[in-house]
Design a protein around this ligand. Structure first.
Ligand code: NDP
Length: 289
């Protein structure tokens, strides 16, 4: 078997086309488009690349996108003041905080300040809670991208075994909820699973495997079940090459569907941010009446 490669660039383009149509209709209906602000500290290269991808996606869709850059030595107080100012700015519909932030900044404290109605990444604890009970359309961007890839396979998820490797707050925990909502049986593996020597047995029985660890080949290709869906979130730089967390060349011979790295989950993630921006804009307009 040779897996179908889930092409993130093409999926991202399809999603962008749909969102562009939606923004065109919103503009006609309301005479306004969503206005999103990305707060970034310094000029970190990888952060800049992601910001550029967001800007390009926003331009295509017709969303107003603004980059607010803070100096590397910004204080916690000034960072917080910037977020509060954006919360109060009626013309800004969505806020995101670009990671990484410098070590002297407490990211979780800043994340708590983002107005729940403007929280583009779903990082505010209130929104995380709302997601648990299905009360928000704002879904963290990377898990949302993973779900779009899985959806694009057309496979019925009901009753399937899903195994997530990694238990981060930003990717894996929300993803476990999203997969649970689809009635998959979800197993979340982490460092202790690996240390107990049990990662392989979990991956071997998975119909859907999602890996978000940040270690090349943490999942071996021959562990993949025949016909599985493999979603690789990991991004690792080896010399001048970017690779994922799954041993791709071997895994693709066993899986039915697999995402490449680069060009898989990443391109869709920026589009999910735009989708959240549109949802935030619509919810704010509805609230205003
Ligand atoms: P974190 O470091 O927050 O999480 C990594 C997770 O992997 C942790 O839960 C960790 O467990 C677990 N882990 C570490 N080693 C092992 C192991 N040997 N076996 C099983 N689990 C292990 O990273 P992120 O979630 O932020 O990112 C993960 C990867 O995904 C990175 O490569 C990142 O670059 C990439 N990424 C890609 C995105 C995209 O859009 N394509 C977006 C976000 C991230 P513990 O904490 O207990 O050690």
């Amino acid at each position: 078997m040779s897996a179908k490669i889930l092409d993130g660039k093409s999926l991202a383009q399809d999603l962008k086309n749909t969102l562009r149509d939606e923004v065109t209709s919103l503009k006609q209906e309301m005479g306004a488009v969503p206005h999103l602000v990305n707060v970034m500290v310094g000029t970190n290269h990888s952060a800049c690349a992601y910001a550029k991808a967001q800007e390009k996606a926003a331009q295509f869709i017709g969303i107003q996108y603004e980059l607010e850059t803070l100096p590397e030595d910004v204080t916690q107080e000034d960072f917080s003041a910037c977020i509060k100012k954006l919360n109060d700015n009626e013309s800004a519909n969505g806020i995101m905080i670009h990671k990484p932030v410098p070590e002297h900044i407490d990211y979780s404290e800043v994340a708590k300040l983002v107005d729940t109605d403007k929280d583009l990444e779903g990082i505010n604890v209130t929104n995380i809670g709302k997601m648990l009970v299905g009360e928000t359309k704002i879904i963290p961007c990377t898990p949302a991208s993973v779900m779009e890839h899985i959806k694009s396979t057309g496979v019925d998820l009901y009753g399937k075994e899903a195994v997530i490797v990694g238990h981060s707050v930003i990717v894996c925990k929300p993803l476990s909820l999203l997969l649970l909502e689809q009635f998959t049986t979800v197993t979340v593996c982490h460092i202790a699973t690996s240390e107990a020597g049990r990662l392989e047995e979990h991956v071997r029985r998975a119909d859907i495997v999602v890996v978000a660890v940040g270690k090349p080949s943490v999942v071996k290709g021959d562990w993949i079940k025949e016909g599985a869906i493999v979603i690789d979130v990991g991004i690792n730089q080896i010399n001048d090459k970017i690779v994922g967390d799954v041993e791709f060349d071997v895994a693709r011979k066993k899986a039915a569907f697999i995402t490449p790295v680069p060009g898989g989950v990443g391109p869709v993630t920026a589009v999910m941010l735009m989708r959240n921006g549109i949802e935030a804009f619509k919810a704010q307009r509805k609230k205003k009446g």
